[in-house]
Ligand binder design. Sequence first.
Ligand SMILES: Nc1ncnc2c1ncn2[C@@H]1O[C@H](COP(=O)(O)OP(=O)(O)OP(=O)(O)O)[C@@H](O)[C@H]1O
Ligand SMILES: [Mg+2]
Length: 634
Amino acid sequence: MSQQTDQNRPGGPAPVTDDAAGAQTAAPVTASITTLGVRGEERDDFTKAESKRLRRRSLALLGSLAAPLKLRLVLLGIVVVVSTAGTVAGPALIAWGIDNALPAVMDQNDWVPAFAVVGTYIVVAVLGAVLTAWYTVLAARISQAILFDLRKRVFLHTQRLSLEFHETYTSGRIISRQTSDLDSIRELLDSGLNQLIQGVLYMVFTGVALVVLDPTSGLVLAVSLVPLWFLIRWFQKNSQTLFRSTRTTSARVIVHFVETMTGIRAVQAFRKESRNRDEYGGYVESYRVANTKVFNLFGTFDPVLVLIGNLTLAAVVIVGGFRIVGGTLEVGALLAVALYAKRFFDPAQELAMFYNGYQSASAAMEKISGVLEERPSVPDPAKPTKLADAHGKMDFDDVVFAYNAGKVVLPAFDLHIPAGQTIALVGSTGAGKSTLAKLMARFYDPTQGTVRLDGVDLRDLDTQDMRRAIVMVTQEAYLFSGTVADNIALGKPGASRAEIEASAKAVGAHEFIMALPDGYDTDVNKRGGRVSAGQRQLLSFARAFIADPKVLILDEATASLDIPSERLVQEGLETLLADRTAVIIAHRLSTVAIAHRVLVMEHGTIVEDGTPADLIAGTGRFAQLHAAWRDSLV
Ligand SMILES: Nc1ncnc2c1ncn2[C@@H]1O[C@H](COP(=O)(O)OP(=O)(O)OP(=O)(O)O)[C@@H](O)[C@H]1O
Ligand SMILES: [Mg+2]
């Protein structure tokens, strides 16, 4: 309650919404309702049935988040009702004091009612303060618990989703799920909802107290509700579009900023600065215009609200004044009635604001529930087959694969790799080599047919066992924050320093690691600990080797290495691949020397398959490639 919902005021923190963040990508593959339009902007043209489903989906999510907090919610409800009733009791006590206790003192010198009413007033005030404090803490705890749960769910769920999801759902969008969307839900829970509950209760209790105390004044208030209702409707209708436009324009500003700064090398290399300046200037200007419009809206709303409140107060006092003259109303009662009439309008502005907080939070909730509804396209098996000791035999039987329906990448694929064989896979760009690797490591499931390890369909294999048996190393060797040793040990949690060093030595990484400021304990994110692209690849090699998988797939894993380093790796490779199945994808044909078998792939099919010696001796594609490569070396 301490924080106001600034988000909805112009100039408040700008949530990054989907509007621009995901503009270049397609909609999530498996979501049942696409919440994004063709260009990636948020859709608002949902059919009735779709909106109903979306709402039901986020309500179900909210229900599941609130379920464990049921008791605390009930307690919260009781506390808020009692504390609001206490606050509202004040004016009625004052009225009673003036009309009954005061005459008793003056006429009969009887102080008891006066002390009683003052005492009650103090008790009610203190109780109200204590309950309000309790309520604040209670509400904050509940909202924190809900957010904690939601944050964890989104993280764990996104982490579990398959590569297919991550290749289509941009990181920008997944980041805004975890940041600005959760933020707008937090804003609503922290302040908006409190204001709504307290505001509505306050208005209801005040209205009831007014009617009970003096029905005639209640009637005056009822009349004032008519213009109030129209004002709030007008505000909501206009604010909805205006607030949406501040959100979209501010998201555009942020996205443009982030894109420029992440691509700063390309920006400077291609002198894109002045074009950016104009574009960015345009975005900032439209954000400013949108904000100005919101200010103008408040410029009308706030004064009209105050005016309605004051006119109502004046009407209540005038009507009351006449009745005092006529003897049908007492002074104390008029004071209380006037106080109630004045206070009645206090929460109105917050209620109007709540509507906006609610809009953005429910949009956020819909998007988050959409992510949570995604199912991994590569699901864990229902009845996993354990495979403690894999041999490494791999088979592709009648495999057909397409990333999206319509564009088949592997039309009809059969491949049998005996355990322990080292394969060199070559072929032109876009032939489908990486696709094959991804199917082997089960980052995707084939559209038709089966991929087997030791005769077991990968889809039935225990995920842990499968990940332990098959490891893929790609060109993008990712280093996590931590030390060099930590990064290598990722391949085998709990590995000893000796094991880590042995694997680094095996791939030829030991020398450069020792040259780093703190050797194996160098932090890879610190200045001086920064390693080059090739060194990163050596580290990811060491990581793969320490993992000691039965099947190792290297997808251009040596592409960033210079010739001496690659040779070093290759020497290591020969010993390390000795008792493993390996598929090495490389454009540099030096790898072929250590392979037992070479596969040449074109347009998703294997066009040549044989020993290196046989293929080189022949007249096929590989013989030509190899001749050209050999010539390039001299
Ligand atoms: N995530 C994806 N979604 C849709 N299509 C994809 C995806 N990844 C690859 N493709 C398509 O599949 C085809 C094969 O791509 P793949 O990455 O397997 O080629 P490659 O042989 O590894 O090429 P390179 O030598 O350039 O790495 C290409 O036509 C590519 O456009
Ligand atoms: Mg590739």
